[in-house]
Design a protein around this ligand. Structure first.
Ligand SMILES: Cc1cc2nc3c(=O)[nH]c(=O)nc-3n(C[C@H](O)[C@H](O)[C@H](O)COP(=O)(O)OP(=O)(O)OC[C@H]3O[C@@H](n4cnc5c(N)ncnc54)[C@H](O)[C@@H]3O)c2cc1C
Length: 445
């Protein structure tokens, strides 16, 4: 078949790679000057940075993880890193997840957290139902102490909203419950580890996270046209046209609010739903520093408090690969989320760097480079209407003969490994279409 894929992030290029291997003629149309989307990286002198904040290669899906590692040249092309993540909690660094680090808090805070955790556990055991709002879910699941000392300030910082306006459903299945024994042990000062599927991760040795996409495109056997902002897509009989050219199949992976105007067949009610899918945006500050001694062996840290500046997470990026920064230097990525409009100026940048200095992460007099990158589509707003709205949008696409997937192409909270896993499912679906010669409803959900 002759297939057009809209959007050249990891979703679009991974699918193109798989379809081209089957002998289909595949064209990826990408608005930006090069493929990569949220996985792009950039260079400043000898520094390499990821554009959309700290990215790592890890997955519960071994096949997808291996696929991504292979695109980077396998074990030889990647660095295997032991995850070491912390929360900067006032004057100290507390191991993450917070429940596993509770023993590192002050005695009063440990008491608050454990009292609330046990009360919440008892209430759940006697049948207190899962609440509707994310704010109430935090109390229901973690208890009042964990809520006050970390969960609420951190989540307000990242989501930039009243947590009662967010549905609890989005956390279901995303946040594993720490066993009570582990939390009690942690409170007693014993070491316990949460999120074990993330305890080791991989990172491309050279070129930043974008290497995953470069390795997908190079030798992939498909055509990538960059600088093409698709303007007109429509069904014509059993085929499609994209900016006047005929294709047997169109797969969208571009953010729906950016592509909706181009797709002629979308009904008005679905357009209204798509326009209401508001993104949460991210300014990623890329920082290079001169080092007198190596950076502490941290992967990333969370900054829940206002006096730490607007940053919610800092990646110790030069710890991911020695090639990310020149000799004698280190680098960080500081992530700052926002809603609506934000253009950083000098005062804003000073606020970010001062906050990081106050949090004991860097010294301003050692900073040799500070640049920023804006990512309009970074996180998904999980308001109470989101599930219904996105359900209607997905249903329309699935019944229309178009295929749409990707982080913002289907509004699934996916990391790159899940985008690759989804591309594998779409690939199998397209094989069925090629075999039967007729469009079919996706079998994946
Ligand atoms: C802060 C942050 C941290 C993350 N950390 C990790 C991590 O540690 N590990 C991990 O695996 N994943 C991580 N992710 C998720 C990962 O970045 C995404 O899952 C993945 O990059 C999404 O790829 P995609 O192809 O679906 O979408 P995108 O990368 O958004 O690609 C969509 C493409 O469509 C293009 N486009 C837009 N409009 C048009 C148009 N009109 N015509 C043609 N093209 C168009 C865009 O330019 C873009 O290239 C993180 C994301 C964020 C925001």
């Amino acid at each position: 078949m002759k297939i057009a894929i809209l959007g050249g992030g990891i979703s679009g290029t991974a699918l193109a790679h798989m379809l081209a291997k089957d002998g289909h003629r595949v064209t990826v149309l990408e608005a930006s000057s090069r493929p990569g989307g949220l996985c792009k990286s950039r260079r400043y002198g000898e520094f390499t940075f990821d554009e959309a904040g700290g990215h790592i290669l890890f997955s519960k899906d071994k096949q997808a993880l291996q696929w991504e590692i292979d695109r980077c040249g396998g074990e030889a092309g990647t660095v295997r890193v032991q995850r070491n993540t912390k929360i900067r909690w006032h004057d100290r660094f507390v191991p993450y997840p917070f429940e596993n680090g509770v023993g590192h808090l002050t005695p009063d805070a440990i008491l608050d957290c454990m009292k609330g955790y046990i009360e919440a556990l008892v209430e759940r055991r006697v049948g207190k139902p899962c609440p509707q709002t994310f704010r109430d879910w935090i109390d229901w699941r973690m208890g009042e102490g964990f809520a006050r000392h970390f969960m609420v300030p951190y989540n307000e910082k990242i989501w930039k909203c009243d947590l009662r306006s967010m549905a609890s459903s989005w956390v279901a299945g995303r946040v594993p419950e720490a066993p009570i024994e582990d939390v009690l042990r942690a409170a007693l000062g014993q070491t316990t580890e949460g999120y074990t599927h993330q305890s080791v991760f991989w990172f491309p040795k050279h070129g930043g996270f974008e290497t995953v996409v470069k390795g997908t495109v190079e030798g992939g056997g498909f055509d990538v046209q960059c600088g093409v902002r698709v303007k007109d897509v429509r069904k014509v009989g059993s085929k499609f046209t994209v900016d006047g050219e005929s294709f047997d199949l169109v797969v969208n992976t571009a953010p729906l609010p950016l592509i909706e105007r181009a797709i002629a067949d979308i009904p008005d009610a679905i357009r209204a739903d798509i326009r209401a899918l508001v993104p949460i945006s991210l300014i990623n500050v890329m920082i290079g520093v001169k080092l007198d001694e190596p950076l502490p062996p941290l992967s990333w840290i969370y900054l829940p408090f206002a006096d730490q500046g607007p940053t919610n997470r800092v990646t110790y990026y030069s710890n991911y690969s020695p090639h990310n920064a020149p000799q004698g230097h280190g680098s960080f990525l500081a992530e700052v989320t926002y809603r609506g409009h934000l253009v950083p100026d000098k005062a804003w940048m000073d606020n970010v760097l001062d906050g990081l200095q106050r949090a004991g992460i860097l010294r301003r007099d050692k900073v040799v480079l500070a640049e920023w990158c804006d990512n309009t589509f970074a996180y998904i707003d999980q308001d109470h209407e989101f599930a219904n709205r996105v359900g209607r949008v997905r249903k329309w696409f699935d019944e229309s003969g178009y295929i749409t997937f990707g982080r913002f192409g289907r509004y699934e909270y996916h990391n790159s490994d899940q985008c690759v896993g989804r591309a594998m499912e779409v690939h199998a679906h397209v094989r069925e279409i090629a075999k039967s010669g007729a469009p079919a409803r996706p079998t994946w959900r």
